[in-house]
Design a protein around this ligand. Structure first.
Ligand SMILES: C[S@@+](CC[C@H](N)C(=O)[O-])C[C@H]1O[C@@H](n2cnc3c(N)ncnc32)[C@H](O)[C@@H]1O
Length: 187
């Protein structure tokens, strides 16, 4: 598990809205609350973590939802002129609770999340921070590699999302368990 505080200070620029997938115990929200975001929104698949967050945060928009439905709901409510920081950190629900989920897009939703973001936000200057890159590739990660990187590698980010390359630089960051970062160009 990575940390928002590793990457956000370095890449944060003019974003005014924070959107997180995977609330868990609220570590990302706690850190985001230090920044002048006008909206902070987060979703969590597992009800116990969602309930805990509801008790803890009044000013945060919380959704008990899988990350793809959440993004489809929330993105139409955000004007194109607003810049968003996405903290895409939802995966492996079975590690966090006693759930049996077989749908691969719920276990590893990143590719679908990026697709939805692209469809709603193309041409926007959003910053996209994806955690746990080591799920997808092997590299010299500070936190080491996992035995078998799963899925198709980050090829989907580079090939299926060619259009990102006109507006964003795609950066692989090897700190912690690795981050994949889409940073707006010309800022
Ligand atoms: C790494 S933790 C999130 C940590 C948190 N973002 C932070 O910065 O402290 C991942 C969380 O995502 C949740 N999760 C897993 N798959 C999900 C999905 N498809 N949709 C929404 N939440 C999911 C897990 O239950 C877990 O609470």
């Amino acid at each position: 598990m990575g940390f928002l505080h590793t990457v956000l200070p370095e890449y944060y620029n003019k974003e005014t809205i924070f959107v997180e997938t995977g609330t868990y115990l609220g570590g990302g929200i706690d850190y985001a609350l230090n920044f002048p975001f006008k909206r902070i929104a987060s979703c969590e698949l597992l009800k116990n973590y969602y309930d805990l967050a509801k008790l803890k945060y009044n000013s945060v928009e919380l959704y008990h939802s899988n990350s793809t439905d959440f993004l489809k709901d929330i993105l139409p409510t955000i004007p194109k002129e607003d810049r968003i920081v996405f903290w895409l950190d939802a995966h492996y629900p079975g590690l966090y609770g006693d759930v049996k989920i077989e749908d691969i897009d719920t276990i590893f939703p990143l590719e679908r999340e990026l697709e939805i973001i692209y469809n709603h936000r193309k041409d926007c200057k959003d910053l996209i921070l994806c955690d746990d890159l080591r799920i997808y590739i092997q590299a010299n990660f500070q936190g080491g590699n996992i035995d078998t990187p799963i899925q198709k590698g980050t090829i989907f980010a580079f090939e299926s999302f060619n259009q990102w390359l006109t507006t964003h630089n795609i950066i692989t960051d090897i700190r912690d368990e690795g981050y994949l970062i889409f940073r707006p160009k010309n800022d």
